[in-house]
Design a protein around this ligand. Structure first.
Ligand code: G6P
Ligand code: ZN
Length: 602
């Protein structure tokens, strides 16, 4: 077991009565609030809901009640968020509850902010991995502001999001909660000044949110080589879109200060509580300013009205609100997250983290992610694992070195269609890691600094020529009535929804509901999404989103494999339209939901 307790006396017992104005431990009576069940990635609710009465207090106390004593009493914990509206107020409340629950020390990023991968890095690395866990205040890529979303999630001692067994326990605790332990009249901690404040018997340290994380990235990549590449005389231009999220300060340090990118690199480069009104999700629909700068249409196709190719940057990247997601664009070229994963796998030796550990050995993707990476794994003899949606399912694989056929799992590359990529340098997906991975790939394909740059489009097309192309896209139907969405899923799960129909040239070979047995500890996950598998290897997958805050979102994922180079030049919407129409018909989507078109296509 790493870490250990920070030596501050633990106490959750009532202190002697304090004089007026001084802080004192108090117990607040409360009653359970329905609906606090955490989703795919923590609890997400409208700010209005979270700030109402004792809502946040209830959830946070339930969380502390669910932690074993040694993980809280006298322990060090991290608390930080993506800086969205209500972040600062929530941190103050958590400070007061943590102090009364006997926490020894809190590490809080300056300004109350830390990106999700940076929290993971701080838990794992700071003071040799002293922290016992961390509370992350984020609703990730959901919009922020008084009318929008807030979120809270817990990461464990290895820096990984809490397992379902833990979040289930927290949920159960929210349903029987009766009291909240709180330090009343706690001093307000100045989150904007680095330093130490005593809050009751707890110590609060406001720390640099970037430093530990930067150390991890420096171990994983060759910063010197990247700096040289960025300054190459043959020319190179990067644009990074922080989407007014928490990525902004990280980009300024990593890309600006460390790698020498000029100020013109940065788009939406200040963190804002409401993300400047943007929907901070790095995809073709929501990162529309970046998409335009990169010479693309929202469909991902090149913008024909943009003739001056030379003005278009060579690499465009965006991150979401908490900076764990990423989107990668080349000059007038969209790299799907699934292709990004496959390309990083194929070029893993360009990344010191993989190279120096004897090369990449294992890749893992979530089920709806395209099988492009499977092609690379097959060709290179890598272990390839298909997991349910949710980064947490990669955690066991990342830590598997101590178990069984251990070595197979180290080092590992993981990715999801939902714009998540990363490895076991931390235990979260990591937007900045993906940008540095792509810079490394570009550098390795461009060994001559004087020569004109070989663009990302050429690198990806060469990849397709070798491994084949997996045409891919996702249709989202947002804010669908929950009953309607459930009815449609139930229809797909009906036992008489049998394979066999040959229609519009499609032959349905098999239908299943994805289930997963964790290869490390045998844990089961069932009903993870209905897969329609076609005879030619194409797939259509249906599942309901686990990250929304109201209503249901139906996701339909489409994939078609094309090995023939002469047929790899279509747009994905052209290539996948017939499959989409067929899948929608089979699912009776319009019948159940009344929707004739998706809200977003990514
Ligand atoms: C979060 C998780 C990802 C997951 C995604 C799925 O971003 O961190 O690991 O892929 O949610 O979201 P969905 O809305 O499809 O459940
Ligand atoms: Zn996120």
């Amino acid at each position: 077991v790493r870490g250990g307790a920070f030596p501050v006396a633990s106490s959750s017992s009532p202190s002697p009565p304090a004089p007026p104005g001084q802080s004192m431990f108090k117990t607040l009576r409360t009653t359970p609030v329905e609906g606090m069940k955490p989703g795919t990635s923590g609890l997400r609710k409208k700010v209005k809901v979270v700030r109402d009465g004792l809502y946040l207090h209830n959830f946070v106390q339930a969380l502390f009640d669910s932690l074993p004593p040694h993980e809280k009493e006298g322990a060090t914990m991290v608390v930080s968020g993506d800086g969205r509206h209500y972040n600062r107020e929530a941190i103050q409340i958590i400070i007061e509850i943590a102090a009364a629950n006997g926490v020894g020390r809190l590490w809080i990023g300056k300004g109350g902010i830390m990106s999700t991968p940076a929290v993971s890095a701080v838990i794992r690395e700071r003071e040799g991995g002293t922290a016992m866990g961390g509370i992350i205040l984020t609703a990730s890529h959901n919009p922020g502001g008084p009318e929008e979303d807030f979120g809270i999630k817990y990461n464990m001692q290895n820096g990984e999001p809490a397992l379902e067994s833990f979040t289930d326990a927290v949920y159960a605790a929210t349903l029987s909660i009766e009291e909240i332990k709180i330090l009343a009249n706690a001093p307000k901690v100045d989150l904007d000044v680095l330093g130490v404040t005593r809050v009751g018997e707890m110590v609060v340290e406001v720390i640099d949110p970037v430093q530990d994380y930067l150390g991890v990235l420096k171990d994983a990549f060759d910063f010197e080589a990247l700096r040289k590449f960025i300054a190459r005389p043959g020319g190179f231009k990067l644009v990074f879109d922080a989407m007014h999220g928490v990525a902004a300060p990280y980009a300024q340090v990593v890309l600006g200060k460390e790698l020498g990118c000029p100020p013109s690199t940065f788009l939406h480069a200040s963190s804002k509580e409401d993300f400047g009104g943007l929907h901070p999700d790095p995809n073709l629909a929501y990162a529309s300013d970046l998409v335009k700068v990169m010479g693309l249409l929202p469909s991902g196709a090149p913008d024909p009205s943009m003739v001056e190719d030379k003005d278009v940057p060579d690499l465009g990247a965006a991150a979401d609100g908490d900076a764990d997601r990423n989107m990668i664009l080349g000059k007038r070229f969209f790299v799907t997250p699934s292709d990004s994963l496959a390309l990083i796998a194929a070029n893993a030796d360009a990344i010191p983290f993989f190279r120096e550990q004897g090369g990449l050995r294992t890749v893992a993707r979530s089920m709806p992610t395209s099988q492009a990476v499977d092609q690379v794994a097959r060709a290179k003899g890598l272990t390839c694992v298909e997991t349910p949606t949710g980064w947490k399912y990669f955690g066991n694989l990342m830590d598997a070195r101590a178990l069984g056929s251990a070595q197979d799992y180290v080092p590992i590359l993981c990715g999801e269609e939902s714009f998540g990529t990363g490895s076991n340098h931390v235990r979260e997906k990591d937007g900045m890691w993906a940008v540095l991975a792509w810079l490394s790939i570009l550098a390795s394909h461009n060994p001559n600094p004087e020569a004109p740059l070989k663009p990302i489009s050429a690198i990806v097309q060469e990849h397709w020529a070798i491994y084949g192309r997996n045409y891919y896209c996702r249709y989202d139907y947002e804010t669908v009535d929950s009953d309607a969405a459930n009815a449609m899923m139930a229809h797909l799960r009906e036992p008489d929804f049998k394979p066999g129909p040959v229609l519009d040239g499609f032959v349905l070979a098999e239908v299943d509901d994805f289930s997963y047995s964790d290869p490390v500890d045998g844990r089961q996950a069932v009903k993870q999404g209905v897969r329609l598998l076609f005879e030619d290897g194409s797939r259509a997958v249906f599942r309901l989103s686990g990250t929304g805050s109201s209503g249901a979102t139906i996701r339909m994922y489409l994939e078609r494999y094309e090995a023939d180079v002469s047929k790899q030049g279509m747009t994905s919407s052209e290539a996948l339209k017939p499959l989409a129409d067929f899948a929608i018909k089979l699912a009776k989507l319009e019948h159940y939901t009344g929707r004739r078109a998706p809200t977003v296509i990514t």
